[in-house]
Design a binder for this molecule. Structure first.
Ligand code: CTP
Ligand code: CA
Length: 225
């Protein structure tokens, strides 16, 4: 049983965390990516390990390294790689946290050779990637499932829709409204929304502190169950 007083309240728990961007190949030398640094996911992994959890961190391309020996890092490149790795481990974990900025679309075909410059205009046909978090929500048993949401309008409403669509226990809404928050920043301003749509706005703080707040929710969940 998890113990709030204990220094290692997540001892014996396994946590799957996704982090970083994904890169979707266009040809052998080009890809579609995004500015996610991976910091939020690595902070979550390190903090979870500090609390005693065994952590599997599935990470897209990033320069971050795990600081804690209890973190096993699985390096992946594309959304499909990340999907495959997550499904390899999900049945075996107690908690999953999707902090990765997964590409929503990828090139429909990957050119085998470098695409040469020719016409004045050029377009690439894209197809949807699989939604990793939604696929985990669809098969979850007892896992406590946490997602993130990045919204620029109708934040709360859209985040609630994601809780339902992806069958989440908790969503961490990232507010870009605030100047110190988001991609490439050291800080985040988040709002927690749970399954019952209880809304809890948090202060602007370091990503490490946001990671602590998120893992407190996990500890509380096990303390209650
Ligand atoms: N996510 C995922 N797999 C995807 C896309 C998103 O696992 N292919 C996860 C992210 O890691 C995040 C959550 O889903 O935890 C929400 O991501 P977000 O981009 O905010 O939402 P989407 O469902 O992709 O919808 P949209 O981008 O249209 O807002
Ligand atoms: Ca998306």
């Amino acid at each position: 049983e998890a113990d709030l007083e204990s220094k290692l309240p997540l001892k014996g728990k396994k946590i799957l965390i996704t982090a970083g961007p994904t890169y979707e190949a266009i040809d052998p030398v080009r890809f579609i990516g995004n500015h996610s640094s991976g910091k939020m996911g690595f902070d979550l992994a390190n903090e979870a390990a500090n609390l005693g959890a065994q952590v599997i961190l599935v990470a897209g391309p990033t320069h971050y390294k795990a600081k804690n020996g209890l973190v096993e890092v699985i390096n992946v490149v594309s959304a499909q790689d990340m999907y495959d790795a997550c499904h390899e481990y999900f049945n075996d974990v107690d908690v999953a946290i999707a902090a990765a900025a997964v590409a929503d679309y990828r090139p429909k075909v990957v050119a085998l050779q470098k695409i040469k410059k020719a016409a004045d205009e050029f377009s690439i046909e894209l197809e949807k990637t699989k939604d990793i978090l939604a696929s985990l929500g669809a098969i979850k048993k007892n896992q406590f499932l946490i997602g993130f949401a990045l919204e620029t309008e109708n934040e709360i409403e859209n985040a609630k829709l994601k809780i339902q669509k992806k069958n989440l226990d908790l969503i961490v809404l990232n507010s870009l409204q605030d100047e110190g928050a988001g991609f490439k920043k050291e800080t985040n301003k988040v709002t927690f929304i749970d399954q019952d749509f209880k809304i809890e706005p948090m202060e602007l703080k370091s990503k490490e502190s946001v990671a602590v707040d998120i893992l407190n929710k996990v500890v509380l969940y096990f303390a209650k169950s």
